[in-house]
Design a protein around this ligand. Structure first.
Ligand code: DGJ
Length: 719
């Protein structure tokens, strides 16, 4: 059992293999007592009424109960807690107050689904236990249910909240967080940012990392990690929060005058307001939380394995992904059937399993100024359609993938001529274009149906095994004229309910298609999208050296199998860096691997390299898809980067090292590996050298120190 309730002390205890999360009901409030290494017993003594009023009011009839100084589980705005709330409600009479108190709880085996929203899941009731605590505010008629889903073996607890209007008049939810956790000290730093990591000490005031862009965004990513000072990969406290949502979010950590800290993560309160009619329920997205007392490596692996195994779904969840070649950096818009078929022939020759036709196959699209929404084949470029190409490729044993950007509409399109009001907009305002395009209004059912129908029609023609689903601008003037004035701040959330419903239909109806999410690279690399699409184009920056930081930061919470990484041409199209093929390959080795170049233009030497590397990935693909990933050297602070993948049975380890900056008289560089069997003997594939696991993990392997951008790849196999 993972969830316990003690009727005498009114203590709720959630236990995982290595952690405990303890709460208690006091004066009807749900008080947070502890989150950290596993412990047992009555924890009531941990509660401390310090009576630190400092201008903060006392609760009625509770001498010493200064709400502003009490660690709360789900703080609500309106009474005497002055810190950031998890829930704010404007009642029908205009009062901004909600004061729900604990009334009951129930413990459920397994994990309920969240209707309409992506979420982690359990495959059997033994994997997870859920505690639901019900609170009620009789004055406002507001019921709040707090869900705590405990994946005991994975050291993960997920949280979300639902609010029901039991009153007789509508109310407005002004803000709703998925999770809030109070810490009794501010002895932390913060970890965040879209995969280029920033670590900052926690100071007084509010640190908010958020997106109001209508997408989780490139700028910030919906996760936050709190670490104690000095926490590294293998030691120290790390508390992680990841939101399962793809729209505007906010993650806040605030420290107050009593040197306590509160983390609040959920929908972005600045762009949200929800009208809740009597009898209606609103449920927040899920927040996944994990604590590690053994540093970041353990924390990352808790998140990564949960997301890989119990967030991603479908037939590709557990298998190695096909080696693919994407046409974008090979030819951009400049292709026709003949050129694609030649590229396809090269794929077959080189062992590439899938060819993707990226942007440019539909409407009259020869550049990025038109045709989004017109999802019919451009017969001028592709006479005979997609089918002709897929048939040609099928004969050679190569599968076909195709690009869509279904949420968008170009003003220069047939669709726009027919439906100029299908985009997000306000009637009396101009419409700002981004990359010459507007965003379709997915709060509308007819628009969602159009998107489903146009993608499904192409997929039903057959021959397509993969879809790249792109999204190339963020939201502005995000109005929806069909919504009444008092519901316009619901657009962001309603948009994502619409998108998720379309995606759910598509992945259900086309279970054999591998979907890859993209938003100009990783502008929507979030746990929400992973529920529908098990991999994401990690970044439009395909430069191997740049990717080191991006992939390092992404690996903090997301699985490597979700990271699409391709060997691109050299010099790189974005940065002009000249990087050896081997380094480009070593960096691209993640759980979903491919090429972003024109194979027909390669030298014979490079063609051989593609052939060898595609074969290598197929041989060791299982290690990349499902192995444990360990960060060994940090490219943000060091002149190199290193990592290793270790198969779950510890029989195979593939490790990579890249030298990013040569220093005169470089260090006597060696890389210590992690996650091996210390007593086992491992043989290195390319040199034949033999090592003990403990040698590899403590002394390590000598790494090159002289050639900038050069790399080394080690493959160690247990003897
Ligand atoms: C942005 C993507 O990230 C690229 O890979 C490519 O698909 C372009 N869009 C196409 O417009």
């Amino acid at each position: 059992m993972a969830v316990f309730y003690d009727y005498e002390t009114r203590q709720y205890s959630l236990h995982t293999a290595n952690t405990s999360y303890i709460m208690q009901e006091r004066e009807g409030f749900l008080v947070h007592l502890y989150w950290g290494k596993k412990l047992g017993g009555d924890c009531s003594y941990m509660f401390r009424e310090q009576g630190r009023a400092a201008f903060s009011p006392r609760m009625e009839n509770c001498e010493g109960f200064i709400l502003d100084d009490i660690p709360l589980e789900y703080p609500c705005w309106g009474r005497a807690d002055m810190r950031t709330p998890a829930l704010e409600i404007t009642n029908h009479d205009g009062s901004v107050i909600v004061d729900p108190r604990v009334v009951s709880h129930r413990i459920i085996k397994g994990k309920p689904a969240i209707k309409g929203l992506p979420a982690t899941y359990a495959e059997s009731d033994d994997e997870c236990e859920t505690l639901v605590i019900e609170l009620f505010d009789p004055v406002g008629g507001i019921k709040v249910e707090l869900y705590y889903c405990v994946f005991a073996q994975r050291d993960v607890i997920t949280r979300y909240a639902s609010v029901t209007n039991r009153g007789e008049e509508p109310v407005f939810i002004d803000s709703i967080a998925s999770a809030s956790v109070d810490f009794d000290s501010i002895n932390f730093g913060t970890h965040c940012r879209e995969r280029n990591i920033e670590r900052a000490p926690l100071k007084h005031g509010r640190f908010i990392m958020s997106s109001r862009r209508g997408a989780s965004s490139h700028v910030h990513n919906p996760f936050l990690i709190l670490t104690s000072p000095g926490t590294d990969e293998v030691s120290g406290d790390a508390y992680g929060f990841v939101l399962v949502y793809s729209g505007s979010f906010s993650a806040e950590i605030a420290a107050n005058q009593f040197d306590t800290a509160r983390a609040v993560i959920g929908l972005n309160r600045e762009s949200f307001r929800w009208k809740l009619e009597p009898g209606e329920v609103f449920t927040s997205p899920e927040c996944v939380m994990s604590y590690s007392g053994d540093g970041l490596d353990r924390l990352s692996s808790n998140f990564a394995s949960l997301f890989r195994e119990r967030l991603c779904r479908g037939k590709y969840r557990d298998i190695r992904r096909p080696v693919l070649l994407n046409s974008w950096e090979a030819c951009y818009f400049g292709f026709d059937s003949e050129r694609l078929m030649l590229i396809g022939d090269s794929c077959a020759e080189l062992g590439i399993e899938l060819m993707v036709i990226d942007d440019g196959w539909f409407g009259k699209r020869d550049n990025d100024r038109c045709s989004l929404g017109d999802w019919f084949v451009n017969e001028k470029k592709l006479p005979g359609g997609i089918k002709r190409i897929s048939d040609h490729l099928a004969k050679k044993g190569v599968k076909l993938g195709i690009w869509f950007e279904p949420e968008m509409i170009s003003p220069d399109s047939e669709l726009y001529k027919q439906h100029p009001n299908w985009c997000l907009h306000y009637n009396n305002r101009p419409r700002s274009e981004g990359r010459y395009q507007l965003i379709l209004d997915l709060t509308r059912k007819d628009v969602c149906d159009y998107i489903y129908d146009s993608v499904a029609a192409i997929l039903r023609e057959g021959g397509i095994s993969y879809v790249k689903w792109d999204f190339n601008r963020n939201m502005s003037e995000a109005g929806s004229p069909l919504l009444p004035a008092d519901r316009l701040r619901e657009v962001d959330f309603r948009y994502y309910l619409g998108l998720y419903s379309v995606l759910e239909r598509l992945v259900t109806d086309f279970p054999d298609v591998l979907f890859e999410s993209c938003s100009g690279g990783g502008g929507r690399f979030d746990a929400g999208m992973l529920y529908y699409m098990p991999q994401v184009w990690t970044s439009d920056d395909s430069d191997a050296i740049e990717r080191l930081k991006i992939q390092y930061g992404t690996s903090l919470v997301y699985p490597m199998s979700a990271m699409s990484a391709h060997v691109s041409a050299s010099p790189n199209h974005q940065t002009g860096h000249v990087t050896p093929f081997d380094t480009r390959f070593t960096v691209a080795l993640t759980g979903s691997f491919g090429y972003e170049l024109d194979p027909t233009k390669l030298s014979d030497e490079d063609k051989n390299k593609v052939r060898e590397t595609a074969a290598f990935y197929k041989q060791y693909g299982e290690v990349f898809a499902r192995g444990d990933y360990h960060r060994l050297r940090d490219p943000h602070s060091e002149n190199c980067s290193a990592w290793c993948f270790v198969s779950q049975d510890k029989n195979v380890c593939v490790a990579g090292y890249v030298l990013t900056h040569v220093r005169l008289y470089g260090n006597n560089e060696r890389v210590a590996l992690r996650g091996l069997d210390p007593d086992a003997i491992y043989k290195e594939k390319f040199t034949g050298a033999v090592y003990r696991g403990d040698q590899l993990m403590n002394f390590g392997l000598h790494a090159p120190t002289t050639l900038e951008f050069h790399s080394i790849l080690w493959v160690l196999e247990k003897q």
